[in-house]
Design a protein around this ligand. Structure first.
Ligand SMILES: *Cc1c(COP(=O)(O)O)cnc(C)c1O
Length: 391
C-alpha cells in the first residue's frame, strides 16, 4: 500500500492558473497580487493592516523590531515551540525567557507566567510576550492581556497554526499588538513559503512596511507605479529583504478563499479521530479547553500513555512508518536543543512539563486531501500497534 505522508498541500487548478497568469503578466515580484492577498487577508481577520512577507519567521522578526525589542531585552515564550519563535528574539540581541506549558493544551501556563513576572527581578527588561497557539488552539488570551497590561508588555502572537482560530468569538490577529501567520507548505493555507503580519496599529504597520524591504521608505510597488520620480527612494534603516513575491501571493489568494472549506474537512477528520481514539486507554486525544473557541486543527497531537505500553514514542513512530503512515513530533523543546541548552545552561527538567510531554507526543496526519479511507487506515494502524504493544 502507498505511504500516507504526514502532510500534503491542496493545490487546485485555480492556484495553478493564477501563478501562470502572474508569470505571463511580467510582474513576478511584490506587486498587485501581494496587495490583493493583503487586502483579502485583513478582511478575513478583521484587522486594520495585513502585511505580507516571505515567511512567518520574517514576520516575527519584523514584529519584535516594530514594538521596539532591542539588545538586552527579554521576550517571554514557551520552549514547546518551533525554533523560529525564539531565534527571532536572538536576531535582535534579546533573550527568550521561557515559561513552561500546560500539560493538556501545550500552550503557555498563565499561572506560571504570572509567577515568573512577579518573581523576575529585572522585569523592566521584559519587553514582550510571544504566545504560541499550539496546533491551532488559542492560548488563554484574557490572562495574557491582563498580565501584559500590568507589566507593560507588548503581545506578539505566533499565529503560525491559527488560521482560522478564534478566541472569545474574535479572530486571532484582530486584537493583539501584532500576530504573525505562516504559509509554509504544511500550514493550514500555503504559498509554498510565506507569512503575514496583522495589526491595528498604524505606527507598527508603517515601520514593518519599511523594514520588510531594505529600510526603504516606499515599497517597490508604489515606486514603480507612481507617475513622477519613479527612480527615487530613500534608505532610512538597514532593513531586511522579506517581501512576498506575487508568484507566492497568487497561490495565497486562492488558498485563502478555501480557508473555511479546508477547516471543515480538518474538523471532520479530528472528530473521527476523537471518536475512535478516545476508546483507547493507551493514548490521550487532544484536550479542547473551550469548545466555544474555533480550533483550527492544524495539528492533531496525541500523547501516549507510556505506562501502559511496552514501547516508547520513538519506537511507536517507527512502527507507524513501517506500516505506511507518516507522523511528526511537535515539538522537540527548545531548552534541550544544543544552541539554547548551551547558551543558557538549561537542564532538561528546568521545564518539566515540556520535557515530559515531548517524550509522549506525536502528530497524526490531518489535511483536507485525506480520504475517509486514509483516515480509517491511520486509525487501524494506531489500534494495531497499541494492541501489539500494550502491557
Ligand atoms: C511553522 C512555524 C513557524 C515558522 O513559519 P515559517 O513560515 O516557516 O517561517 C513559526 N512558529 C511556529 C509555531 C511554526 O509552527
Amino acid at each position: 500500500m502507498d505511504f500516507l505522508p504526514f502532510s500534503l498541500p491542496t493545490i487546485d487548478q485555480e492556484e495553478i492558473d493564477e501563478v501562470v497568469d502572474t508569470l505571463k503578466s511580467n510582474w513576478i515580484t511584490t506587486g498587485p497580487k501581494s496587495k490583493k492577498f493583503e487586502e483579502d487577508f485583513s478582511r478575513v481577520i478583521g484587522s486594520k493592516y495585513a502585511l505580507s512577507v516571505n515567511s512567518c519567521t520574517a514576520a516575527l522578526h519584523l514584529a519584535l523590531d516594530a514594538v521596539g525589542v532591542k539588545a538586552g531585552d527579554k521576550v517571554i515564550t514557551t520552549p514547546f515551540t518551533f525554533t523560529a519563535s525564539a531565534e527571532v528574539i536572538r536576531y535582535l540581541g534579546a533573550d527568550p525567557l521561557f515559561v513552561d506549558i500546560e500539560a493538556d493544551t501545550f500552550n503557555i501556563d498563565t499561572a506560571k507566567l504570572k509567577k515568573t513576572l512577579e518573581s523576575y527581578g529585572d522585569f523592566h527588561l521584559i519587553r514582550a510576550i510571544l504566545p504560541v497557539h499550539f496546533g491551532g488552539q488559542a492560548c488563554d488570551m484574557d490572562s495574557i492581556i491582563e498580565l501584559a497590561k500590568k507589566y507593560n508588555l507588548k503581545i506578539i502572537e505566533d499565529a503560525a497554526h491559527t488560521l482560522p482560530t478564534t478566541y472569545n468569538r474574535k479572530m486571532i490577529g484582530s486584537f493583539s499588538d501584532i500576530a504573525c501567520f505562516s504559509f509554509y507548505a504544511t500550514k493550514t493555507i500555503t504559498t509554498g513559503e510565506g507569512g503575514m503580519l496583522v495589526t491595528n496599529n498604524e505606527e507598527y504597520a508603517s515601520r514593518i512596511k519599511t523594514m520588510r524591504l531594505h529600510g526603504i521608505s516606499r515599497d517597490v510597488f508604489n515606486r514603480y507605479t507612481s507617475k513622477e520620480a519613479d527612480w527615487y527612494y530613500e534608505v532610512v534603516e538597514p532593513g531586511f529583504k522579506y517581501n512576498m513575491p506575487d508568484i507566492a501571493a497568487a497561490i495565497g489568494i486562492h488558498q485563502l478563499k478555501k480557508v473555511y472549506k479546508f477547516y471543515e474537512r480538518r474538523k471532520e477528520i479530528a472528530e473521527i479521530y476523537n471518536s475512535e481514539l478516545s476508546k483507547i486507554d493507551e493514548l490521550e486525544i487532544p484536550f479542547v479547553k473551550n469548545p466555544d473557541n474555533l480550533h483550527s486543527w492544524h495539528l492533531y497531537a496525541v500523547k501516549l500513555n507510556l505506562d501502559k505500553l511496552t514501547i516508547d514514542r520513538n519506537e511507536f513512530l517507527k512502527q507507524m512508518k513501517e506500516k505506511g503512515i507518516g507522523t511528526s513530533v511537535h515539538f522537540i523543546p527548545l531548552h534541550i536543543q544544543p544552541y539554547y541548552k548551551n547558551k543558557y545552561g538549561f537542564k532538561a527538567n528546568d521545564f518539566p512539563v515540556s520535557n515530559s510531554v515531548f517524550k509522549q507526543i506525536f502528530s497524526m496526519p490531518i489535511y483536507p486531501k485525506m480520504t475517509k479511507k486514509d483516515v480509517d487506515r491511520v486509525i487501524d494502524v494506531v489500534k494495531n500497534i497499541v494492541n501489539q504493544y500494550k502491557k
